[in-house]
Design a protein around this ligand. Structure first.
Ligand code: SF4
Ligand code: SF4
Length: 439
């Protein structure tokens, strides 16, 4: 298993310091220093935006390689429903699930099936939460965004585990019932998303994740394709247990739609989510009971670790619904076992005050005044040539002693002009006949 704090990392050797990524990072977590991008770990929410933006492929997501599964005797694949939309000519989900077994998994527990369970189990929870709007916690990048930029909205988060986590727990219990010891069972999420990889290492709302590793769809795709020819001549194994309600969680609107709510909105794309959360914070959003908010455009289908274009992927999922899911839509009601199993968070989610200038309130206010003062001298054109995303971010970096005012080329030019003028004045004084003749 790989060790890392954040899935999203920089390949320094590929970075040319172009500054393209710094302005698109939603938490202003990137700076360019000494010609290379630097990610401020404490601010990064692993949204993957910088992976998409960088034309030089200098940002990458760390996930687990397929060989990691060999550490376990009983290997369970937890495919994200996004996987179902990646293959051009496959209309039967069972065939995709068979390919997962071909690449080395002993069994498959569909995260889409867990999603339907989460939907059913979270419906009664709605009545117990006073805050409105309730904000979905399914996207870990959004939960971290709220911790950093919108701490006042933490109480609005739906305090439940993700379908990935629920799927891992159920499938582990099932494997134990087959006679495997817990240390022999490995659960692996097949992911379109780097934030999920971080979520497994640093889980939100729970002490520990039951997911043992995260494998990128991108990494697994070619391997699965290699077995496609062989599998297509075999009898199709009936593995699929999911319904379209669960599969639709891969698309923006899927979660909210399956909850059967009237007053809900589905927002996708981190910049759109930020705009909506700002409205929630300042009370201008209007009457909305539930916000499904997903960091990627189109939802998980648009994840940076998916292979297929998210628009094509969406139409494929809809096609799947028409062709082979209709007859299965009535399954997945809650069982007694589900009712005993709590999906609620066991741990409080706290704010991450990385944007605070100082722990001490008085000092923080003084630093804010300094920041405003410095900012008032900067040109305010947010050109990014200093390596910070905005002039305000540079002012903040200066107050935090992470940058210098002369990192701004306009201030540097001004300083050079002033120094040149000082030199001229000085040389005039030196050449003046009175200098050297003082008595
Ligand atoms: S976009 Fe960012 S990571 Fe990519 S080359 Fe430019 S500065 Fe480096
Ligand atoms: S993953 Fe997102 S939050 Fe992290 S550095 Fe990249 S753009 Fe910023």
């Amino acid at each position: 298993m790989q060790t890392y704090l954040h899935s999203v990392t920089l390949r320094s050797e590929k970075c040319i310091g172009c500054t393209d990524c710094i302005k698109r990072c939603p938490t202003e977590a990137i700076r360019v220093r000494n010609g290379k991008a630097v990610i401020m770990n404490e601010r990064c929410i692993d949204c993957g935006m910088c992976i998409r933006v960088c034309r030089h492929h200098a940002k990458k997501a760390i996930t687990d390689p397929l060989r990691t599964i060999r550490q376990y005797k009983y290997k369970i694949a937890l495919p994200s429903p996004t996987l179902y939309a990646q293959f051009k000519d496959i209309q039967d989900v069972n065939l995709i699930l068979m390919l997962l077994k071909k690449v080395g998994f002993d069994s498959v527990y569909e995260v889409a099936k867990a999603a339907t369970r989460v939907t059913e189990m979270s419906k009664p929870l709605f009545q117990t939460i006073d805050k409105r709007p309730i904000i979905s916690s399914a996207c870990p990048a959004i939960v971290r965004l709220i911790q950093i930029r919108f701490p006042s909205l933490i109480e609005n988060l739906m305090p439940i585990m993700s379908p990935m986590e629920v799927g891992a727990r159920i499938s582990k219990y099932q494997a134990e019932a087959l006679g495997y010891r817990s240390e022999e069972i490995g659960t692996f999420f097949i992911s379109p998303c780097p934030a999920k990889a971080t979520d497994v290492k640093k889980p939100l709302g729970i002490e520990e994740s039951y997911v043992d590793g995260v494998i990128s769809i991108r990494d697994l795709y070619l391997e699965m394709l290699c077995y496609l020819k062989e599998t297509s001549t075999e009898t199709i194994e009936q593995i699929q247990k999911s319904t379209f309600d669960g599969i639709s969680w891969a698309m923006s609107g899927g979660e909210g739609g399956s909850l059967g709510l009237n007053k809900y909105i589905a927002v996708d794309g981190i910049e759109n989510v930020i705009r909506v959360l700002e409205q929630v914070e300042n009370g201008t959003l209007g009457e909305v009971d539930f916000i499904e908010s997903l960091a990627c455009i189109g939802g998980c289908l648009g994840g940076p670790l998916a292979v297929e274009n998210s628009f094509i992927a969406k139409s494929r999922l809809k096609e799947l619904n028409k062709t082979n899911l209709n007859e299965k839509r009535t399954i997945n009601r809650l069982t007694d076992w589900d009712r005993l199993f709590s999906i609620q968070w066991s741990k409080t989610i706290n704010s991450i005050p990385v944007l605070k200038l100082d722990e001490d309130m008085i000092k923080a206010m003084e630093k804010m005044e300094q920041l405003e003062e410095i900012y008032s001298h900067l040109p305010g054109i947010d050109c990014g040539s200093c390596g910070a995303p905005t002039c305000r971010a540079l002012a903040e970096d200066i107050v935090r002693e992470r940058a210098h005012i002369e990192d701004c080329i306009f201030m540097l030019r001004q300083r050079v002009i002033e120094m040149a003028e000082d030199m001229v004045q000085l040389s005039r004084k030196l050449s003046s006949p009175t200098v050297g003749h003082l008595k």
